[in-house]
Design a protein around this ligand. Structure first.
Ligand SMILES: *Cc1c(COP(=O)(O)O)cnc(C)c1O
Length: 353
């Protein structure tokens, strides 16, 4: 399939690289492609960034049949632009499609489309330290129909947003709150898909956590509310004694690519890394005994997020005296150095644009 390129009639002024925030600025162009049962995915095109006109009955607006991805393009010191493990994002997007009854797409073609869009928008990749161009591929159900079934038509688009640090805290410890009142996902549900409803379902608990002074919610399993799952935009790691632990993928946890990268690097460094069940009680006991060294989150947006305080009911666990732990720092440094092309890429994670 060919990709037609139509340049925008006028270009936007670029924002200041030092005050980007997250997800507020969008570039001049976007990628679009449509699906219908006769033509399959068709009309791949790069064109001006524009609103999408929708019938008020459009299915995604009513029933949330939509999936998305999040990855980043990085500016390197030699002036190049590169992506971190983008094929994994395309693979995961198709996996989310399967869970949401959305037709899959050709991953190799989407890699080419992504590169073509980034070549058009190369001037939008910011150059200030710790900035990048966030990439948001999205697929939406487009039938104008109010019955509940899978849509027959879809729109796939990719938009780009120059970003700085995800958390206002920057690379500093955040405070997270464990909730028993709400659950994010359940066994047999769609917790392992990056699908719209999962985020809507997390808002109320997130809002309560914010009011209590916490940045994020740490979710427990939806059945026994005992086992730790993830943070909802990040996966979670615990350094207990000499063991680096993250919950095993069980169907209700999003399989993070940063999570996988931490596991791969940890193994390479000879750390004892475990993907296993871990209860909130084990974490509290490890803190009481002094064995809990560090907690940190992993995700594309913030890369590594050290956790300085964890609250569960009446337990308030202070971790690392409010400072960034050595493991969190080591993973952050190692992963960002690969992403920005400052270090070797021993595991073949980088794709040049
Ligand atoms: C995207 C996401 C993550 C992190 O995944 P990465 O591939 O590392 O960015 C973790 N949990 C949820 C629910 C997510 O949506």
């Amino acid at each position: 399939m060919d990709i037609t390129i139509t340049k925008a009639a006028s270009l936007k002024p670029k924002p200041d690289d030092h005050h980007l925030g997250f997800g507020t600025h969008f570039t001049d162009h976007m990628f679009n492609m449509d699906y219908n049962p006769d033509l399959g995915w068709h009309q791949a095109r790069i064109e001006a960034y524009t609103p999408i006109a929708m019938d008020p009955a459009t299915m995604v607006l009513h029933y949330g049949q939509g999936v998305f991805e999040g990855l980043k393009a990085y500016h390197t010191a030699s002036g190049g632009i590169q992506l971190f493990r983008p094929r994994e994002n395309m693979k995961r997007l198709n996996k989310s499609c399967r869970l949401l009854c959305i037709p899959t797409f050709d991953e190799a073609f989407m890699m080419e489309a992504l590169k073509a869009l980034l070549q058009v928008e190369c001037d939008w990749v910011p150059t200030a330290p710790e900035t990048s161009l966030y990439i948001r591929p999205t697929i939406l159900a487009m039938d104008p129909y109010l019955g509940v079934r899978a849509s027959h038509t879809y729109r796939l688009f990719v938009i780009l947003s120059p970003v700085g640090a995800y958390y206002a805290e920057g690379f500093n410890p955040i405070k997270i709150m464990v909730t028993k009142e709400h659950v994010r996902a359940v066994r047999g549900g769609v917790g392992e898909a990056k699908t719209l409803g999962n985020y809507a379902a997390s808002l109320l608990a997130g809002d309560k956590a914010q009011r209590a002074g916490y940045t994020q919610v740490l979710w427990l399993d939806g059945v026994e509310q005992k086992y730790i799952e993830e943070v909802g935009s990040m996966n979670i790691f615990f350094m207990i004694g000499d063991e680096l632990i993250t919950p095993a993928l069980n169907g209700s946890i999003l399989p993070g690519i940063t999570r996988d990268s931490v596991l791969a690097l940890g193994k390479q460094w000879g750390l004892k890394v475990s993907e296993r069940d871990i209860t909130i009680d084990e974490v509290i006991a490890a803190h009481a005994s002094g064995a809990l060294q560090e907690i940190f989150g992993s995700g594309t947006a913030a890369v590594i997020s050290p956790v300085g305080e964890l609250r569960f009911e009446e337990n308030v666990l202070e971790i690392g005296g409010g400072r960034v732990g050595p493991m969190a720092q080591k993973f952050f440094d190692a992963i960002t150095a690969i992403q920005y092309g400052q270090a070797e890429d021993p595991l073949g994670w980088i794709v040049q644009v």
